[in-house]
Design a protein around this ligand. Sequence first.
Ligand code: SAH
Length: 238
Amino acid sequence: MGKLYVVGIGPGGLEHMTAKAKEAIEKSEVIVGYTKYIDFIEPLIKDKEIVSTGMKGEVERCEKALEIAKEKVVSIVSTGDAGIYGMAGLILEMKKDEEVEIIPGITASSSAASVLGSPLMHDNCNISLSDLMTPYELIKKRVELASEGDFVISLYNPRSHGRPHYLRECIDIIKKYRKGNTPVGVVKNALRDGQEISLFTLENFDDSIVDMFSIVIVGNSGSYIKDGKFVTPRGYSL
Ligand code: SAH
């Protein structure tokens, strides 16, 4: 009987991967994942068998991983956390009697937050702007309600060629509820090669620099910029 590890490898560099994630990959005979993610963990791969598919083959990738897990120890890898827009959900939906263990990783909002300052210090939520599996109307409703609820908002999958205007439209929704000087942080390739950090306000936000390697974090009504860092107060009296 084999086993399937569903591993969140963190943002990229090996130093940001948990010891448990490294151990799972080291124990695995086979690694399943998207080519680019497998490159991130190359030093751990050695002579392991690699099963790699393109970006949109998620169902196929999970089927393959579950099939291998009947006999071998296998890891299916996601960047960040496997349970946040990763492979963990699909694996649990598809599994039968295979043994599965989910290993968490540092998600993009945490990685980006660490380089921006402390934007996630208070109640916050993640919203993906990808409409591949979620209707855009529902995405906009969630942005609207999160704004009304004064959550700090992390926007995953923020801007792609197929839907370049969604981010701008969602920022416009947030603007109805927040002041123009609310900080907006954009981090491209957080904690990996090619990292770029940009700090704006809702008023002067430039969405043209944002792509699918970026995450956008919008502050709540108390967030501010101090010495170039994005701060969301927890509420301590100083
Ligand atoms: N499971 C991943 C998210 C996958 S969705 C996680 O937990 O982080 C893919 C989106 O995540 C990208 O479009 C981008 O918005 C964000 N993302 C993932 N890694 C990132 C990184 N290192 N820097 C900035 N954004 C990242």
